[in-house]
Write a protein that binds this ligand. Structure first.
Ligand SMILES: *[C@@H]1O[C@H](CO)[C@@H](O)[C@H](O)[C@H]1NC(C)=O
Ligand SMILES: *[C@@H]1O[C@H](CO)[C@@H](O)[C@H](O)[C@H]1NC(C)=O
Ligand SMILES: *[C@@H]1O[C@H](CO)[C@@H](O)[C@H](O)[C@H]1NC(C)=O
Ligand SMILES: *[C@@H]1O[C@H](CO)[C@@H](O)[C@H](O)[C@H]1NC(C)=O
Ligand SMILES: *[C@@H]1O[C@H](CO)[C@@H](O)[C@H](O)[C@H]1NC(C)=O
Ligand SMILES: *[C@@H]1O[C@H](CO)[C@@H](O)[C@H](O)[C@H]1NC(C)=O
Length: 408
């Protein structure tokens, strides 16, 4: 017999077992699912077991990597310090042998000069490693995973000598032109909420993750949230009507929930219906995303943000899956639009896609299936796992699984 779910929320002991069952306060993932999967692993449920093998293999790799810090770069960004996250717009090239200026856009051709700021690469390593290690600790109970995850988060966010300042004033810099751009917020928004869930998992009592770490990380995120919701760049990015706006608002909602700003979480999440109305047609096509040369990638990318937002919304008592726009637009229609190609490949994708990867859709279909959508449930067995194996059951929130960096 298990105690009713509400008891877990308060961290009370299960009456029947002398063991504390704390539901992780994850803001995207449904924490109760983590508890249930952990129980599945204890019972040696074969489906959980095979995913755990993939997770542990990934976690063992991450044990040998990092930690990373923004302070290791060779130079500070213009008008910034070493503690400021910095990245340079990858497709912009110097056009003038005298001083480089002006820089001009050569779309799709990466200027190797961008490597002078390793923060962009390192932040991706930090996001992925902290998430995978925290999950591996949660399921296996092996201390080394939690200790390394904690070390990675302390180094990036908390230690005074290595911490990042809580803003993105210097992301996607175009030399000679600016010292950062609002669209650079996507350097974080596309994956940073994984780190929030990672910390929420560590907050359940991970070894090495102290109460000072818990408090410090929450404070850092309160400050970052203030910057995201009130700075010029933050406001401009959240105002975007394409995938940048979806990711930005989803991230604000997640941080608001994590830091306890319920009214901001709620007011931001109420905007999600505007995004569904504006981004999805009745037949599920996302016109802004299918207009691009990587249309399957971008359709999945934007849908992943919407489906993550729907998971956050559930925690605020809002059901976005049931929402229907004035022309009949729904989240599940957008899922319907990608199912044929997710199952059968590019021949069932009617738009231009320069580098079709079937697994780009895998997590979104899983997420719709978890939300109870029968057409998605019917095809989950036919999905293509991403490299490194399908671990959706162990971290049931959709990720963008095909790796391209979104910068413009
Ligand atoms: C190159 O830079 C020099 C020095 O700033 C400037 O005088 C010149 O106009 C620039 N050339 C172009 C094509 O922008
Ligand atoms: C740095 O700040 C100064 C003063 O605000 C400004 O004039 C200058 O344009 C800034 N430099 C860059 C690269 O944005
Ligand atoms: C928000 O976007 C609209 C156009 O979609 C634009 O007119 C307005 O200036 C933007 N506001 C901000 C603060 O960026
Ligand atoms: C919540 O966020 C709003 C908007 O940024 C802010 O005005 C308010 O002070 C925040 N509330 C708390 C309790 O932090
Ligand atoms: C959905 O409808 C739009 C507008 O009518 C159309 O352009 C698009 O091709 C349709 N999508 C599919 C997959 O047929
Ligand atoms: C992080 O994981 C995502 C998939 O979840 C992958 O696309 C991306 O390449 C990874 N990034 C790094 C730097 O490992």
């Amino acid at each position: 017999m298990r105690a009713p779910a509400f008891l877990y929320l308060y961290g009370l002991r299960r009456p029947s077992l002398n063991e504390k069952v704390v539901v992780p306060g994850t803001v995207v993932i449904d924490g109760q699912r983590l508890v249930d999967v952990k129980e599945g692993i204890r019972r040696k449920d074969p489906a959980c077991d095979s995913e755990l093998k993939h997770l542990v293999a990934q976690a063992d790799y991450w044990l040998t990597q990092g930690p990373w810090s923004v302070t290791t770069k060779a130079e500070a960004p213009p008008n910034g310090t070493l503690h400021d996250y910095a990245s340079q717009a990858p497709y912009w090239w110097p056009s003038n042998t005298t001083n480089g200026c002006p820089y001009i856009d050569i779309d799709g051709v990466v200027n190797p000069e961008v490597n002078k700021y390793p923060d962009h690469l390192n932040r991706g390593l930090m996001f992925n490693s902290s998430y995978i290690l925290s999950l591996a600790w949660y399921y296996t109970g092996h201390d080394q995973y939690a200790k390394h995850a904690g070390d990675i988060l302390r180094t990036w966010f908390l230690n005074p000598s290595t911490k990042m300042n809580p803003n993105l004033e210097h992301a996607q810099i175009i030399p000679c032109k600016n010292s950062g751009r609002s669209i650079g917020i996507i350097d974080f928004s596309q994956e940073y909420t994984d780190v929030i869930d990672a910390a929420a998992i560590l907050n359940t009592g991970a070894p090495g993750w102290t109460s000072d770490d818990v408090k410090g990380f929450k404070t850092w995120n309160s400050q970052f949230l203030t910057w995201l919701s009130q700075s010029d760049f933050g406001i401009e990015e959240a105002n975007a009507t394409n995938n940048h706006g979806t990711w930005a608002n989803m991230q604000i909602a997640a941080l608001a929930l994590f830091t306890g700003n319920h009214s901001l979480a709620l007011s931001t999440t109420k905007l999600a219906t505007t995004f569904i109305n504006g981004q999805i047609l009745k037949n599920g096509t996302q016109p802004q995303e299918v207009a691009r040369t990587r249309s399957f990638h971008y359709s999945n990318f934007n849908l992943a943000a919407l489906l993550r937002w729907a998971l956050i919304a559930e925690k605020l008592g809002i059901n976005l899956y049931k929402y229907k726009g004035p022309q009949g637009q729904t989240l599940f229609a957008a899922v319907d639009a990608i199912i044929p190609a997710a199952v059968n490949g590019q021949k069932d994708w009617p738009f231009e896609e320069l580098e079709f990867l079937r697994y780009a859709a895998t997590d979104n279909i899983h997420a719709a299936a978890n939300a109870g959508y029968a057409p998605a449930q019917k095809v989950v067995r036919k999905l293509q796992p991403p490299p490194g194996g399908d671990i959706f059951r162990l971290r049931p929130a959709p990720e963008q699984l095909d790796n391209i960096d979104v910068t413009s």
